[in-house]
Each structure stands twice: as structure tokens, then as C-alpha cells.
Design a protein around this ligand. Sequence first.
Ligand SMILES: Nc1ncnc2c1ncn2[C@@H]1O[C@H](COP(=O)(O)OP(=O)(O)OP(=O)(O)O)[C@@H](O)[C@H]1O
Length: 472
Amino acid sequence: MTSMNEFWQTCVRRLEQELPPQQISAWIKPLVPLAFDETQALLRVSAPNRFKLDWVRKNFLHQIESLATEYYERPVQVSFELAGSTGSAMRGAPSAAPAPAVPAIPLSERPHMAASAPAPGPAAVAAEAVHDRSRLHTDLTFDNFVTGKANQLARAAALQVAENPGVSYNPLFLYGGVGLGKTHLIHAIGNALLASNANARVRYVHADQYVSDVVKAYQRKAFDDFKRYYHSLDLLLIDDIQFFAGKNRTQEEFFYAFEAMVAQRKQIIITSDTYPKELANIDSRLISRFDSGLTVAIEPPELEMRVAILLRKSKTEGITMPEEVAFFIAKHLRSNVRELEGALRKVSAYARFHGREVLSVDVCKEALKDLLSVSNGQITVENIQKTVADFYKIKVADMYSKRRPANIALPRQIAMYLAKELTQKSLPEIGDLFGGRDHTTVLHAVRKISDARLKQTELNHALHVLEQTLKG
Ligand SMILES: Nc1ncnc2c1ncn2[C@@H]1O[C@H](COP(=O)(O)OP(=O)(O)OP(=O)(O)O)[C@@H](O)[C@H]1O
């Protein structure tokens, strides 16, 4: 038996001693351990549906993490995910595989709870059914969305749309890099709308899921049902629309859904990793539709906001985090909120394991050793190359390669420009680090980008985001 399976058996036995049998059969038995990642000390566990997933995450995460930490004799993080999904459930992006009009989990399938258990009442169960149908994650609300300069416009637009769906901005198009809160914000809009109108037909869908719904409708010859379902929604939240790239049939279907919904003043909210005109392999008709409402960016959080996020999240998790500790983490981890959440979980698992009730900077240094060594505050050319390559979704290797297509040449010139701007390196040194290029090539890139950023708003915005990411 693998050590993971052995752990799981031990874990279930231990929980059986602590919890009533109904809770064990309702929540614990349906869980399946998937894999234990030795290097990250991360245990992945699947839950059969979103309802159970939310519930176990809320109520049993710490218990299971403590047991795992005890068993493996080092701090272990547990990540729950939906059975059949590949991504981490921490991302809050449900990716269950629904046929278009999916019924909520039948009440008969819902677990029966012991009186002493943290059980949802009938109203909560009904609300869960609505949320299950909408695929909304109830934890992602405006209340727990921390605001700062980086996201205040996006939040204001989102609030406006939640209050007046279909009227103010349609579509609302939110874009920004990974882990900056786009998914959170659109769930918040859905949750707010359902709170004010429980009958509203709301649906969150990840673009990937929409693509697979189209494929299923195609295979089952069920396009009428598919259309009827999507066209009948009051609010459609579609996440990561860049995944539509090259999927022509999906784009066509979405175009019809879009036209039908907007004509009836039904609200559409779209997120993407970039602004509409920059979307690759998406039909220009769609791009112009995306741009016809309001397009707002979410930028990487500034220092104060990162601190506020850490303080807020630690409080929610019941962890005492002094401000200096929050500042320490926030100064070192700058790229996105998901990274901050990961750090917080690591630190708290470490502290629990070592019996430290109050977190200190030393505990953080120790717990985050690996993360901190990568981002030790120094801006290096390697750092710039990696950040720019990630941003433009090209390979880091293309920074040194001789390839010259425009989608590579421009990011490479941007990276050279940033290397000159943010490091002490000379032009020849930078040239060397970009695959042995001549210093005149670097000079040309620096001049070209500094001129272009004065004239092109989008380029200037991209540079601003990159500088912010690199500088923190
Ligand atoms: N402003 C914020 N306040 C509180 N939590 C936040 C905030 N922004 C992001 N988060 C949290 O950070 C995590 C990542 O955010 P989210 O999944 O919304 O990112 P995203 O922009 O959709 O990223 P991706 O493009 O990778 O899907 C989530 O757990 C979310 O709740």
C-alpha cells in the first residue's frame, strides 16, 4: 500500500473517533486521495461534487491537514478538488462537467447530518441548491474582496453591474494576469445578484467548460437545448475567454448567445488574461462585441493591498499574524493573490506543526524558504526574462533564441528595455544575457520601447503591470 493510502486509512480512522458516523459517511467517505506531491508536501484529495467540496474545505480542511502533518512528520497542505477536474479547487473556478441544463444535486442525495454536526439548515440547503445550479462559489463575495488601487475600478464596475444587471455595462470585460481576483470578482457579482433576487438565472462557466458543452451538444445533437439554456440566463459569467482561441464552432455559438442575451438586456461578464484586441485567434466580430461594453483591468496588488489581503485572510483562517509578518511576506511575494494565499497556508501549516501560536518573521523565513529564494527582492535580468515571458506566454528560451516572429521579438525587446531600466547592467552585458546579442540591438530595443510607450496606451499599461510585478 502506498504511504498516501496508508495515511488516508489512518486519517479516516482518526476522524471516525472524533465525528459522528453520519458525518463520516456524508463527508469523509466520499473523498478520494489522489496524489501526494513529495516536493511540495501537498496532498490532493477529490470530492464528488461542488457542494461537498465547499463543505469539507470549510469544515474539515484543518483537521485533515493536521492529521497529514502528524503522519508525514512535516507540514502538509491539503488541496481539495472536484472529481474529474484537473486544476486546483483553490482557484475557486468550478469545472464540474455539466450538460447544459444541469439539475442541482437532488435533495435525496444530500447528506443527513447529526444534530451536533455543523449542519446546514433547510434554508441553507435550498440556497446551496441555487448556488449549485449556478456553479457559484458562495465563498467569493464582495465582502471578502480586498480593495486597493489595483482593483478599485474593476470592483466599482462589478458592483454597478451587480446592482443594475443588463443596464449599465454590457458586457463587462475584466482582464488581468493570473491570480489577481478576476474569478473572485465575477463570483461576487453572481452571489450579489442572487442575494437580491433568488430567482435570477445565473450561471458561472469556465470557458473550457463552455467549449466542452458545445462539443457535447454537437455530439448529442442537442443544440436547441444548449441554446435555450444559455439564451435564457439573466447573468452569464464566463471565465478565461482566451480559452476560446481557435475554437471556431464555440465562438460561433457564443456569438449567438451573446447577441441574444444583450438584445434582451441580460448581463454578460467576461474575464480574460488580456484585453479584447490582444486576444489571439478569436473572431474579430466577437472581439468588437467584447469591446462594446466596459473593459477594465485588474492589476497586481500594491504592497499595502498585499498586506491587507494577508491580514484579512489570516484573520478568516483564525491565524494571529502580526503586521510586521504580513509586511515581510508582502514585500517578498509580489506577483499575485493566489501566491499570497499559498504562502499563508504554508506558514500556518508550518507554525501548527511546530506548535507556534503566533507567527514571527523567523517562522516565515523558515516556512517560505523555497519561495523566498526565488523572489529575494533582487531584480535580475533572468527575473525580467521570466516575468515578461510568462506575461506574453512565450518560452523563456525565446528570450535568447534567434527566432524573430513579431510575437517573440516584441516581448524580447520589452525585456531588454526593462533590463536597462531596472538593473545596473550595461548594454553589452544585457546583450550577452539575451543570447549574445550586440549592444546596438539592445540600444535599439530600449529606444524603440521607450518611444512606443509614450504613444501606445496598451503598451504603456502592459509595461506598468510588468514594472509593478517586478518591483512590488
Ligand atoms: N482582492 C482580493 N481580495 C481577497 N481575495 C482575493 C483578491 N483577489 C484575489 N483573491 C483570491 O486569490 C485567489 C486567486 O484569485 P482568482 O482565482 O479570482 O484569480 P484570477 O484572476 O481569476 O486568476 P486566473 O486567471 O489564474 O484564473 C482566490 O482564492 C481569490 O479569492
